[in-house]
Write a protein that binds this ligand. Structure first.
Ligand code: G16
Ligand code: MG
Length: 218
């Protein structure tokens, strides 16, 4: 009785996670703040402000300086996404979305990003999607369930009829807190709390996902 699929954007449908990382790295280098790929792992799926606060650590900045740094990082990020195209959809994504539509499963994208709509347009998947929840939709970020509940509400579906696809620990927590089914994309160390874990969407079908979720039930 799953009738809705809710997809995280960055790291699930496309690899903008890499662009977020590079934009933060550039900012951190300019500010001479210690940062690397490993430190970036802790930023996956969390909001722009919280990401910045983790990067600055104990260093003191005024509110205005923090605002400026968030804007600067966002400019670097927007430079990266400017050149995105449908070829930036991760393997298996377009066929899965198409299959879901054929099976009358409702589709939402729920991203913490304020740039989500731009990215979705660049990927040319707007017409495959029934609802978008983004960084403007709710106050409390993941791991709060709010963004996914907002998406389910847009789809007019109860939480228990929805499955969330996420690449971030905070995202899986949010899905579980929302009372939804969850599929984690990526390593078990990161998304092991999900009902089902997949490396990525390559060769993945809706039937395959359902059978894995059913195994979890029995
Ligand atoms: C994403 C990324 C995060 C990013 C956040 C805010 O969300 O995973 O790294 O910090 O959005 O993005 P922005 O600065 O563009 O508003 P998601 O939920 O799609 O993984
Ligand atoms: Mg993500």
């Amino acid at each position: 009785n799953l009738r809705g699929a809710i997809f995280d954007l960055d790291g699930v449908l496309t690899d903008t996670a890499e662009y977020h990382y590079r934009a933060w790295q550039r900012l951190a280098d300019e500010e001479e703040l210690p940062f690397d790929r490993q430190a970036n792992e802790a930023l996956r799926g969390i909001s722009r402000r919280e990401s910045l606060l983790k990067i600055v650590g104990d260093r003191t900045y005024s509110a205005a300086q923090l605002e400026e740094m968030m804007e600067r990082k966002n400019r670097y990020y927007q430079e990266f996404i400017e050149s995105m195209s449908p070829s930036d959809l991760l393997p298996g994504v377009r066929s899965l979305l198409t299959e879901l539509r054929q099976q009358q499963i409702k589709i939402a994208i729920a991203s913490a990003s304020k740039n989500a709509r731009t990215v979705i347009e660049k990927l040319n998947i707007t017409e495959l999607v029934d609802a978008i929840a983004d960084g403007y939709s709710v106050e409390r970020p993941k791991p709060a369930p709010d963004l996914f509940l907002y998406a389910a509400n847009q789809l007019k579906l109860p939480p228990a009829a929805c499955v969330v696809f996420e690449d971030a620990t905070a995202g899986i927590e949010a899905a579980l807190a929302a009372g939804m089914w969850s599929v984690g994309l990526g390593p078990v160390e990161r998304v092991g709390n999900a009902h089902v874990v997949l490396p990525n969407f390559a060769d993945i079908t809706w039937a395959g996902i359902l059978s894995k979720l059913n195994q979890h039930l029995s």
